[in-house]
Design a protein around this ligand. Structure first.
Ligand code: BGC
Length: 414
């Protein structure tokens, strides 16, 4: 295929093209606090995709897609057998092997250290437990910095800290499945921000190479359902200020100290609010129901590519830091729809760059169909499909994955 002229590239040279995964969702045979959780389809994470053991089989998909980066997690539960204990040497060896394979193939590893899951030994119910959390996490991060700091530059101590306290303490559909615990949600978020600060310092102190530390913050575009309705508009503006801005600020600066080198933005959807109700419920809604509500949607959410541009521009101006889109993806049964949304969202990222925002990478969620938390194996986000009816869990590249490869190669969206 002829290479497009440089001037045709709408993404800059050096742009990171990748996909993203998380340990609980892909690794398999993991003993974290999701191990005994049962999703709506009756499934536990269980074997997941056996990605930890079959990484050599999955790496070629990353390479065929011309990706120069891959975002994945190191599982705290797999690595550390107890509080303040040395990391498990077997797990360290395997993760180093995975990272080395990536590096040798010219793929930049971006490593998440906490993605919605905790080790079973971690006490996490009372106020005192949460007060004890930051130093325990710091200990884990320090050990990771020493073990992997020569191989990893991009670190994400926390994935979606704000989203996680909401789903685990308010809506209750994520482990530990508590509902309407607003006070606890606030306390946990504060401790996560404290832990982030300690992690930031630990990484900068103990990595053998200079680390770049970010946070993967989830953003939503909040909109009034009726633009003329003052209460709806006021509510949308209020939730935007709290969820998108104020809560994220805690991971940018803590106690007067700058604790972020770059910002990770996870953006998926628009949430329209009406009469103090979300018009499009938060998650797990059937496509039919969303269509009834009259929104352009995938199997989960209201699709709004322009929201990507707006959010990136807003946070770009607010923090003046390099931004990586650490997640965007879509769950659909019809891959043609994924192709459509992939193009529209990448064009939205390109628009933001053209408008002056410093966006330096894009990570599609997700590499391979995996365990979608409370929705189990019912959702298909992967550029690579997995056949769960076959005990061998065979993988197949989808046309959307082939398209993503062409985009990454050309730096352009057809
Ligand atoms: C999370 C992923 C999740 C994806 C799709 C993100 O908020 O980080 O773990 O699978 O959304 O729901």
């Amino acid at each position: 295929m002829p290479q497009p002229a440089q001037s045709e590239r709408i993404f800059p040279d050096g742009f990171l093209w990748g996909t993203a995964t998380a340990p609980t969702q892909v690794e398999g045979h993991l003993n974290d606090d999701w191990a005994s959780f049962t999703a709506i389809d009756g499934e536990k994470p269980g074997r997941a995709c056996e990605h930890f053991d079959r990484f050599e089989e999955d790496l070629p998909f990353i390479l065929v897609m011309n990706n120069n980066a891959y975002r994945f997690g190191l599982s705290w539960a797999r690595l550390q057998p107890g509080p303040r204990q040395p990391l498990d040497p077997k797990a360290v060896r395997r993760y180093r092997e995975i990272i080395t394979l990536l590096r040798r193939a010219g793929v930049e590893p971006m490593v998440t250290l906490h993605h919605f899951a905790n080790p079973l030994w971690l006490p996490r119910d009372t106020r005192r437990d949460w007060d004890a959390f930051p130093p325990l996490f710091e200990d884990f991060v320090t050990r990771c910095a020493r073990e992997f700091g020569d191989l990893v530059t991009f670190w994400i101590p926390f994935n979606e800290p704000v989203g996680w306290v909401v789903t685990s303490r308010i809506t209750g559909h994520f482990v530990p499945c508590k509902k309407n615990q607003f006070g606890e949600a606030r306390r946990v978020l504060i401790r996560l921000a404290d832990a982030h600060r300690l992690a930031y310092r630990a990484l900068h102190e103990h990595c053998a190479t200079t680390p770049k530390v970010g946070v993967a913050k989830n953003y939503k575009l909040f909109r009034a359902y009726y633009p003329w309705s003052l209460p709806d508009a006021a509510l949308a503006a209020f939730v935007h200020r709290i969820f998108n801005l104020r809560c994220a600020d805690m991971f940018f600066e803590r106690g007067g100290e700058r604790v972020l080198d770059w910002l990770g933005a996870n953006y998926y959807d628009r949430l329209q609010v009406r009469f103090f109700k979300a018009l499009t419920p938060l998650t797990g809604v059937s496509r039919e129901r969303l269509e009834e509500l009259g929104v352009e949607c995938d199997d989960m959410w209201d699709q709004c590519p322009e929201g990507m541009t707006e959010i990136l521009n807003t946070v770009g101006k607010r923090y003046r830091l390099p931004i990586y889109v650490t997640e965007w993806g879509t769950s659909v049964s019809d891959d043609a729809l994924r192709v459509k949304y992939l193009k529209s969202h990448l064009k939205a990222v390109a628009d933001s760059i053209a408008q002056g925002t410093d966006v330096r990478g894009f990570f599609y969620w997700t590499l391979i169909d995996n365990y979608e938390w409370s929705l189990g194996y019912t959702k298909k986000f992967g550029l690579v499909g997995i056949d769960r009816t076959n005990p061998d869990l065979p993988r197949t590249m989808r046309p959307s994955g082939e398209l993503y490869g062409r985009i990454a190669e050309s730096g352009n969206v057809p």
